[in-house]
Ligand binder design. Structure first.
Ligand SMILES: [Zn+2]
Length: 346
């Protein structure tokens, strides 16, 4: 049944309708509907944690301003996901299906030019947009953040810092680098949320967040591609280990049921998550730590490239009421929809 809840790319409207009809039918019949709970792109929880902890990797000249705005940077780590449902062109900024370019056994990282213009010339912009653009979008966002630092625009510094943290986080998730992003091609639907949300929410308090100091990044585009590469190198393990575990795990113990409001939802059981974690040998924590230091390092790089503006001048300037209003409206629109971070359509 959960298969109904996986939205294929570009089918959002149909999906929402399907979901509503399905949820209504189930609710009417059984007061029960099934969701893959928590499957939301490092989950909202993970994205917030990454931005929050990244602040502590910053040098003193940046730390004061970022720390003062820690709640904003935490809360708005998820804005890009909220926009996915409302803004045309947003969804593809969160992933790259790099294996789409691996036709004939070729190495997709050699096939796809690193630079945007070269990649467009080889594959067309439509193709790139169709299969995701996260490594290039991180570079776009870095320039935006740099400009915001140059002009000492508090609203834009905060908005872009929060958002680039999101995209960098996504680039560190193995299943954001493959067409089989939710195990839908291998009979493993739901694995996206299992890896980046369910387990993170269970275990995040046990992770080691001492990631050290942020570093200056000489080439942000190469850095983004490297994040995608290391993510992609883990895809095989992410899928294979879940499949192997499922084959040996008692099938009636794989899932559990939790009540959320009026609904009973199906989730991966704690026992299954623990067993999967053991097989992954700390992979999720490692990727999260990599994401955290990457976010801090790209914030730091944007600030250095902007000429190291004095942020202490900005420490008593909060985000403007206009920006807060705009983001509140984004949140309201998102809350009105039925997905609320419970689906995975990435
Ligand atoms: Zn995302």
């Amino acid at each position: 049944m959960v298969n109904w809840l996986i939205l294929l790319k570009f089918k959002k409207k149909l999906f929402v309708l399907t979901f509503l009809l399905f949820a209504q039918t189930c609710t009417a019949n059984h007061n029960l509907f099934w969701l893959h709970a928590n499957s939301g792109l490092w989950g909202f929880f993970g994205h917030k944690r990454i931005n929050r902890v990244a602040i502590f990797s910053l040098p003193p000249a940046m730390f004061g301003f970022f720390k003062e705005n820690i709640e904003f940077l935490t809360e708005h780590a998820t804005d890009p996901d909220k926009r996915r449902y409302a803004v045309e062109g947003e969804a593809q900024r969160h992933y790259i299906d790099i294996d789409h370019y691996a036709l004939g056994g070729k190495n997709p990282f050699e096939e796809v030019p690193k630079k945007w213009n070269d990649a467009v010339a080889k594959f067309s912009e439509d193709t790139l947009q169709a299969y995701g653009i996260v490594p290039w979008h991180i570079l776009v966002m870095k320039y935006r953040l740099q400009k915001a630092f140059e002009t000492k625009n508090v609203d834009l510094i905060l908005k872009y810092a929060a958002e680039i943290g999101h995209y960098i986080g996504d680039a560190h998730v193995p299943l954001h680098t493959t067409e089989n992003y939710n195990g839908q091609l291998t009979g493993q639907r739901g694995i996206h949320g299992l890896w980046e949300s369910r387990i993170v929410e269970m275990d995040a308090e046990n992770y080691d967040y001492f990631v050290g100091k942020s570093n200056y990044i000489n080439n942000v585009l190469d850095f983004s591609w490297n994040a995608v590469y290391t993510s992609h190198m883990a895809v095989d393990s992410v899928l294979r280990l879940e499949k192997e575990l499922t084959a040996t795990f008692p099938s009636d113990k794989k899932y559990a049921y939790e009540t959320r409001g009026q609904a009973v939802i199906q989730v991966y059981s704690k026992e299954f998550c623990d067993a999967y974690q053991l097989l992954l040998h700390g992979m999720i924590e490692r990727r999260m730590r990599e994401a955290i230091i990457a976010v801090g390092s790209i914030w730091y790089t944007a600030w250095v490239d902007a000429g190291q503006p004095n942020l202490s001048e900005l420490t008593s300037t909060p985000p403007s009421p206009e920006l807060l209003k705009e983001l509140e409206m984004l949140n309201e629109t998102f809350q009105k929809t039925e997905h609320k971070g419970t689906i995975c359509d990435d």
